[in-house]
Design a protein around this ligand. Structure first.
Ligand code: ADP
Ligand code: ZN
Length: 733
């Protein structure tokens, strides 16, 4: 037997270190005598000509007769932070295996704040110095009054408390009146109080909450679907489970889509638990990211709410994971490591031995099938809270409407909006299209504005005066003359976006005070909060919004929802088109009539006999789910079969095509596996890269990952070509 990992007598040990780079397996290093490190430790190692931070993945290595310690480089240092826990390391390995990614690429998502390992982050605080100012403005006087108590404060705290601009504080610091000092910035996260503001639950809610609390107390893995119609109080129910985990002293992770827009959710959390939870999303400052990451690693974050990437935070003792709106497509990451945070949350719960609660009014078919197979427990809230009724839903057949060019609101819907506003209520017009118009063309020569990097039209945005590509960052000003024929004044906007709808509304519903809600008008959490407050204060009568408004919001006065183009999501060959359209439209319908005033929903459609519209109009979700499941089963499609997409891309169309053809020739031959393609991907040109797609379709029982690995190993991919693997693809882009 080898004494694996122990090298010749110098007290050095052989270790494996994973670095956060898209490389293969962990690399071997020597841990010099005198350096102590356990698995999970964050270490600094040399790699090629540079130094990188990585994680010690294992002590020792495979016994290796050829092993020559002289050829191994040494670990340079061990960071003084708590090691990554075993469950997180296993999660990283698991996700890498499942998604056919390099473990280093997955580790990179878990080490997203590299500066968090070094020392303690500092921040500047100010106290009164000895210098007496010569001239005191009222603003400066207020700052001095606040600082009188000698408590050190950050500049922003001083400015807030004295109600002055940060410039005033800076001015006083420049004069030496305030003296700055560096202190560790690791302010703790306040502890949420499980019994701060409990809600009285209805019978249905209470019984679901009891079940969840018991599961949390059991400290065992348990996947649960919490299903309830919009407005049934699902949040109140899972808050009870959060409270239980807090009582146990275990951490809670809540994953939410569209995190920037959760002002209302945060407020409810605050009402229930007395403090704000920690947050994790792309809008955080670097300092804040570092603070949160470190605090999670050190077990100082009781509850964190975050977007999908929060799944890879270094929690140690998770007592509960909640995935709210579990069906939401934004849980699926397409770029880099293609993973679905909902599915990986289940895996993490299994490793952490804690319940995972999936929450939805319209659960994904994957989840429905897991419930039917008894893999997931099922809790249901069949009714809206407080006696509120589900809204009345009707379809307006647009084939019989004779709308003039440039108008999209039917007479019937317009009349409903007038009526709603006159009654002192609010209305929402939903159109899932940002900007003014999805296509601009020249009426003189037919020129269409297209993105130079993508196979996509440029979308006109009038508020910003630009033509933008919604797939890459490309944007241009609207030129004075047509680039093809030089004609002026000939541009025509084709089709509506929310900005254009706002124009139509201004003309036809002039009495409405309007807010346009889209991802490009809700540019910051502060801006979003201000708009939501205006809506809540009834300073707005009519909301015009894209899907950002479909989720989670609760506006008591909102009684009318008009879906301007209910068919929008149904076109195209997307496997989930019907499912997603159903989910999105029920969600947006669910905004109507959430309290005592009953809600009405109108769906404008050219396809009123489409099963999605029939199901929505009849309110028979079960019938829709049954049909959709039957169709998927017949075709061996997910969740009954497996799909893996290979996207071959390159700046050179030829290179991409050739690699795709080589992959086709090397395609695996198994009975339960088929390979489709290569075909140009639906977006054949994206961000300057030409794209071809192959699709592997397999029976559910097939382990696709080893097949994909073998397959990829057979084909030499030139440097200029990228092959991305997407297991369980969603986007079909
Ligand atoms: P869902 O998440 O199922 O759509 P919510 O949790 O948002 O439903 O609840 C809808 C509304 O009803 C919210 O305003 C919520 O505060 C209120 N609500 C739900 N349950 C209760 C309860 N038990 N007591 C008081 N208000 C409740
Ligand atoms: Zn583009």
């Amino acid at each position: 037997m080898h004494e694996s990992g122990t090298s010749s007598g110098k007290g050095q040990r052989r270790v494996k270190v994973l670095v956060p780079l898209p490389l293969g397996a962990p690399y071997d290093y020597l841990l010099p005598a005198g350096l102590e490190a356990e698995p999970g430790a964050v270490v600094r190692v040399p790699l090629g000509s540079r130094d990188v931070s990585g994680v010690l993945w294992a002590i020792g290595g495979a016994p290796d007769a050829e092993f020559d310690p002289a050829k191994l480089k040494s670990v340079q240092s061990v960071f003084p932070v708590r090691p990554f826990g075993a469950t997180l390391r296993r999660l990283i390995d698991w996700v890498a295996e499942y998604t056919v990614s390099a473990p280093g690429s997955v580790l990179r998502m878990a080490m997203s704040v590299p500066e968090a390992f070094t020392g303690t982050p500092l921040e500047t605080v100010f106290v009164l110095g000895d210098t007496v100012p010569e001239r005191l403005t009222p603003a400066r006087r207020r700052v001095l009054a606040v600082a009188q108590d000698k408590v050190p404060r950050r500049s922003s705290e001083l400015a807030d408390q004295a109600a002055v601009s940060p410039g005033v504080v800076k001015g006083l610091a420049d004069l030496g009146v305030l003296v700055g000092r560096e202190i560790p910035s690791e302010r703790p996260f306040a502890a949420p109080q499980p019994d701060h503001g409990p809600q009285t639950l209805s019978d249905d809610q209470a019984s679901a909450a009891r079940d969840l609390r018991a599961r949390v107390a059991r400290k065992a893995f348990a996947p649960v679907l919490l299903e309830g119609v919009t407005g049934s109080g699902k949040t109140a129910v899972y808050f009870d489970a959060v409270a239980e985990a807090l009582r146990q002293g275990r951490a809670v992770l809540v994953l939410l889509p569209e995190i920037a827009l959760t002002a209302q959710w945060l407020e409810r959390f605050h009402d229930r638990f007395g403090v704000a939870p920690a947050q994790w999303h792309s809008d955080l400052s670097r300092t804040e990211r570092r603070r949160v990451w470190r605090a999670v690693l050190e077990g100082r974050v009781p509850v964190l709410v975050g977007a999908r990437s929060a799944l890879f935070l270094p929690f140690e003792d998770l007592g509960l994971i909640v995935v709210d709106e579990e069906h939401d497509p934004s849980f699926k990451q397409e770029d880099g490591v293609a993973y679905n945070a909902r599915d990986m949350a289940i895996v993490r719960g299994q490793l952490e031995r804690c319940p995972v609660v999936l929450v939805s009014a319209t659960p994904s078919l994957e989840t429905v099938v897991n419930v039917l197979a008894d893999k997931f427990a099922h809790l249901q809230l069949p009714e809206r809270h407080g006696g509120a009724q589900m809204p009345d839903l009707s379809v307006i057949d647009m084939r019989t409407e004779d709308l003039p060019a440039g108008q999209w609101i039917s007479a019937a819907l317009e009349a409903e909006v007038h009526r709603t506003i006159a009654a002192g209520e609010q209305a929402l017009l939903f159109l899932n299209r940002r900007g003014y118009a999805p296509l601009t063309l020249c009426r003189a020569c037919g020129h269409r504005f297209q993105c130079p990097n993508c196979q996509a039209w440029l979308v006109e945005h009038r508020y910003s005066g630009r033509l933008r590509c919604h797939h890459c960052d490309y944007a241009m000003g609207v030129p004075a003359a047509c680039p093809s024929c030089d004609a002026t004044g000939k541009f025509a906007a084709c089709g509506p976006g929310v900005e254009r709808l706002a124009e139509e509304v201004a003309e036809r519903i002039p009495e409405a005070r309007v807010a346009v809600l889209a991802s490009d008008t809700l540019t910051s959490p502060a801006r979003a909060a201000a708009l939501l407050a205006a809506i809540e204060n009834h300073e707005i009568d009519l909301l015009i919004g894209t899907q950002v408004i479909a989720k989670g919001f609760h506006f008591p006065l909102l009684t009318l929802v008009g879906v301007v183009d209910a068919d929008l999501g149904l076109a195209g060959g997307d496997l989930r088109a019907a499912e997603r359209t159903y989910q999105l439209l029920s969600q947006v319908s669910g905004r109507a009539g959430r309290e005592s005033r009953p809600g009405r929903v109108f769906l404008q459609s050219h396809l009123p006999e489409h099963p999605v519209l029939i199901a929505l109009a009849s309110g028979d979700r079960q019938d829709f789910v049954d049909r959709e499941l039957a169709a998927r089963r017949d075709h061996g499609m997910p969740p009954f079969g497996r799909l893996v997409a290979l996207i071959v891309s390159s700046r050179s169309e030829d290179a991409a095509r050739q690699t795709a053809a080589a992959l086709r020739r090397a395609a695996p031959h198994y009975q339960q596996v088929r390979v489709l393609g290569p075909a140009p991907a639906p977006l054949a040109l994206l961000r300057g890269r030409f794209r071809f797609r192959l699709l592997l379709k397999a029976e559910k029982s097939v382990a696709v990952q080893p097949i994909i690995r073998d397959w990829l190993a057979k084909v030499r991919v030139p440097g200029a070509v990228r092959v991305a693997v997407d297991v369980d693809p969603y986007g079909f882009l």
